[in-house]
Design a protein around this ligand. Structure first.
Ligand SMILES: [Ca+2]
Ligand SMILES: [Ca+2]
Ligand SMILES: [Ca+2]
Length: 439
C-alpha cells in the first residue's frame, strides 16, 4: 500500500474524476482552392479542430512531390482553426512559393469531441457503447432477475434494486462458444487510463468474460475471468496503456459445453478515467507485479514468520489460483508454517490518504478454525482490531469489507496466526474513498 506516494494524488484525482473524459474523433478532408470561395472546416458543437495533414493535390502546376508547404503556412492554419469548432480558409492566407500558381490542396483535419464511456445502463441508449456486429448475439439490457434460475444477478449494481438496469448475456438458446460483444467508441490515446466495471458471473455453467484493447490491426486481451464467481457483483479494474487510438471490447462467451446453458454473465457501472487505477479512486494491491505494495514483514518478535509473494501453491498447502486473475499464473501474499504454529505480521507504510475509507481484502485460509487472520489499525492512540476471521471447512477466496476512518500517519497491520498445518493467503487489497457501500 503505497499510501505516501499516492495519497495526495489520489485525493486530487477524485476531485478531477468528474471532469475527466476521453475523446472521440472524426477525420475529414476538404479541398482548399484559392480560386474559389473560402473553404470551411466544421466540427459539431462540442468538438474541436485539430489539423492533421496538408498535402498538395497532384494535378495542375503544383507537383506534390516537389511542393512542400512552408512551416509558416502550417502555423497560420493552426492559428486560424485549431481549438475552434469551425473556421474558414482562404487561398490568400498562404504564402508557400509552390502554391502561388495553383493554390489547391487537400487539408485533412480531425474533430475531437470529449465523450464519457461511463455507463450505468439506466438509459437504453447504452451511452457510448455499441453492440458488436461481428459476433453471434447481442447483450441484453435488463432489470431484476434474469429469465433462467440459478444464474445471473437479482438486481443491478448501480441501484442495488430490481428497478436498476444492467447488461447481460442470456445463455439459454445459445450455442457453446457463442460470443456477444459490447464495443466502445474510439478512444483518443492518453498515456494510461483506468477502466473499471462491475461484473456478475454466477452459475454452474458460466463461460468467460474478456476485455480486449482493439486497434486497427489487432485485439489484445487485457482482462479475463472464467467460470463461476459466486452470486455477487465484483469489481474489475485494469490499466489501459496505449500509443495509438483504440476501442475497448467487452466480450461474453458461452461455456464450451453441451450441457444446458446456465451461464448468464452480467455487467454494470463502467467507468473510464485518465491516470492509472492505482493513483485514482483507490489503491489496489494485486501483487501481479510481484511488489509488496508497501506491506513489509515485521520481525519484531523472534518467532515471527515471513509473508512471501507466491503463485500456484496447489501442491504446497496453498490456493491453486490467485484471486485477481483466477489463474495459476497469478500472484498473492502467502504465509505458512512448517512447524505446527507460527505468526506473521505485515505492516503498511504510514498512510497519508486520510478520511473515511473502504478497505477490502480477499483471503484464503487453509486449515481449521485455529488459523486466524486479524487486521489492526495502528494510530496515535494505539492499536485497534478492525477485522478477525478464521478458517472453516470451505476453502476458497473470501472477501472482507471494512469501513475505516484513517487519520494522518496511521498504519494497517495484517497478522496471520497459524496453529494447525495450513496457510493464509491474501490478494486484491484495496483502499478506496468513502465508507463501504453496496460492496
Ligand atoms: Ca445499472
Ligand atoms: Ca452482437
Ligand atoms: Ca493476485
Amino acid at each position: 500500500m503505497n499510501y505516501i506516494k499516492n495519497g495526495v494524488i489520489s485525493l486530487l484525482l477524485v476531485q478531477f474524476l468528474k471532469l475527466s473524459l476521453v475523446s472521440a474523433k472524426l477525420e475529414y478532408t476538404v479541398v482548399v482552392d484559392a480560386n474559389k470561395d473560402p473553404s470551411s472546416l466544421n466540427c459539431s458543437e462540442d468538438a474541436f479542430i485539430t489539423i492533421m495533414d496538408v498535402s498538395v493535390k497532384s494535378e495542375g502546376y503544383c507537383k506534390s512531390a516537389s511542393c512542400i508547404i512552408d512551416n509558416s503556412d502550417h502555423v497560420v492554419l493552426r492559428r486560424l482553426c485549431e481549438n475552434s469548432t469551425n473556421c474558414l480558409i482562404y487561398g490568400s492566407n498562404f504564402s508557400s512559393a509552390c502554391l502561388l500558381e495553383q493554390r489547391r490542396f487537400d487539408l485533412s483535419y480531425l474533430c475531437e469531441a470529449p465523450i464519457s464511456l461511463d455507463c450505468s445502463f439506466e438509459s437504453d441508449l447504452l451511452c457510448h457503447w455499441e453492440q458488436g456486429t461481428d459476433d453471434d448475439f447481442d447483450w441484453t439490457r435488463h432489470s431484476g432477475k434474469t429469465h433462467t434460475g440459478n444464474t445471473g444477478p437479482d438486481s443491478d449494481h448501480t441501484t442495488n434494486s430490481k428497478y436498476g438496469f444492467y447488461m447481460y448475456i442470456e445463455s439459454s438458446g445459445k450455442d457453446r462458444n457463442d460470443i456477444a460483444q459490447l464495443i466502445s467508441k474510439p478512444i483518443v490515446c492518453k498515456h494510461v487510463q483506468c477502466l473499471t466495471f462491475w461484473y456478475h458471473m454466477y452459475g454452474n455453467r458460466i463461460g468467460s468474460l474478456y476485455v480486449y484493447k482493439k486497434n486497427r490491426t489487432q485485439m489484445d486481451i487485457v482482462w479475463e475471468r472464467h467460470g463461476n464467481q459466486q452470486n455477487q457483483w465484483r469489481e474489475a479494474y485494469m490499466n489501459l496503456y496505449c500509443d495509438e487510438e483504440f476501442q475497448i471490447v467487452i466480450e461474453g462467451k458461452i461455456k464450451d459445453s453441451f450441457q444446458r446453458r446456465l451461464g448468464d454473465i452480467a455487467l454494470d457501472d463502467i467507468y473510464l478515467f485518465e491516470g492509472s487505477c492505482e493513483n485514482g479512486v483507490k489503491i489496489i494491491c494485486t501483487f501481479e507485479d510481484q511488489q509488496a505494495c508497501g506491506l513489509n514483514n515485521a520481525f519484531d518478535e523472534p518467532e515471527y514468520l515471513s509473508w512471501t509473494i507466491e503463485q500456484d501453491m496447489a501442491t504446497a498447502n496453498g490456493p491453486a489460483v490467485d484471486h485477481t486473475i483466477g489463474s495459476e499464473n497469478g500472484f498473492f501474499f502467502h504465509l505458512k508454517s512448517l512447524e505446527d504454529s507460527g505468526k506473521g505480521r505485515l505492516e503498511s507504510s504510514l498512510i497519508t490518504f486520510i478520511g473515511p475509507k473502504c478497505l477490502i481484502i480477499w483471503y484464503y485460509i487453509i486449515g481449521n478454525n485455529a488459523n486466524n487472520l486479524t487486521l489492526y489499525q495502528m494510530s496515535i492512540d494505539g492499536k485497534r482490531e478492525i477485522m478477525s476471521v478464521h478458517g472453516d471447512t470451505e476453502e476458497n477466496w473470501k472477501k472482507s469489507t471494512i469501513s475505516v476512518y484513517i487519520a494522518l500517519n496511521d498504519k494497517i497491520i495484517i497478522e496471520g496466526s497459524i496453529k494447525q498445518i495450513g496457510s493464509i493467503s491474501l490478494d486484491d487489497i484495496s483502499l478506496s474513498e468513502g465508507a463501504c457501500i453496496g460492496n
